[in-house]
Design a protein around this ligand. Sequence first.
Ligand SMILES: NC(=O)C1=CN([C@@H]2O[C@H](COP(=O)(O)OP(=O)(O)OC[C@H]3O[C@@H](n4cnc5c(N)ncnc54)[C@H](OP(=O)(O)O)[C@@H]3O)[C@@H](O)[C@H]2O)C=CC1
Ligand SMILES: O=C([O-])CC(=O)C(=O)O
Length: 263
Amino acid sequence: MRIGLIGYGAMAAALRPLLEAEGAAVAAVLARPGSIDRIAAALPAGTLVTADPAAFAAAAPDVAVECAGHAGLRQHGPACLAAGLDLVIASVGALADPATEADLRAAARTGGRLVIPAGALAGLDALAAARHGGLESVRYVSRKAPRAWRGTAAQDLIDLDSIVEPTIFFEGNAREAALAFPQNANVVAAAALAGIGFTRTEVTLMADPDAAGNRHLLEAKGAFGDLSVAVLARPLAANPKTSYLAPLSLARAILNLGARVVV
Ligand SMILES: NC(=O)C1=CN([C@@H]2O[C@H](COP(=O)(O)OP(=O)(O)OC[C@H]3O[C@@H](n4cnc5c(N)ncnc54)[C@H](OP(=O)(O)O)[C@@H]3O)[C@@H](O)[C@H]2O)C=CC1
Ligand SMILES: O=C([O-])CC(=O)C(=O)O
């Protein structure tokens, strides 16, 4: 498979060796103009690194993969889909904005497929299946170290440097969480889309000075029974907000697009 990456930060850099280990290759990277030289230096010589969406599409990757944050997905997602490229996205929380969700869904209706992986969260297979039998409630709880919340709205809500115990700084629904915490609450959006939607999915976010990693808890009730799934995920060294499980999940979604047997 030839992969086109949109954005090349911590997630994409962790994803690339996973793809290469399975025989796939990064054919092109769509980047911001000021980052082209830095990214090109990190990639094999000859890899197209461009700020021009037309040049990116002309490289004709088998699949485009967004790792560029909410703004990057809004900027490039609809055009990639409209150009016929299947698009696997990391920044699922951007779909909490109704206009962005509508743009992406409209482009996917006639263009490439929009693929939403579980990311750093577990249990989305069961949640999406359970939806067909009827779901009563879905709840998500995130618990990360204070350093994972630095540079986010959390630092305006609590003093991240002085907390001595797990401290809740946000309770609300998935739409509010995904829009207010674009670097940390993408899994919330994936759970909302798999389950009972952005308004009914309940979210709690907390900082924990003793956190050994990024904890994600998903709970659901419905006709199927009860679900409770917890992940303690290792953060990426290059970005403590992002769990290693997220690029692993992207790799699975990407490779499944090219597989004859899908697991
Ligand atoms: N679904 C999930 O489980 C998870 C999803 N995420 C999502 O994945 C995103 C990426 O995570 P991560 O790599 O750790 O974050 P980083 O901050 O390390 O990297 C983000 C990269 O996106 C680039 N970028 C920003 N805007 C654009 C644009 N318009 N066009 C092209 N590139 C752009 C930045 O480029 P530059 O170098 O120019 O600044 C930067 O390199 C997060 O922002 C979040 O939305 C994150 C964690 C888990
Ligand atoms: O990687 C994680 O732990 C989850 C995350 O940041 C997100 O959902 O945006």
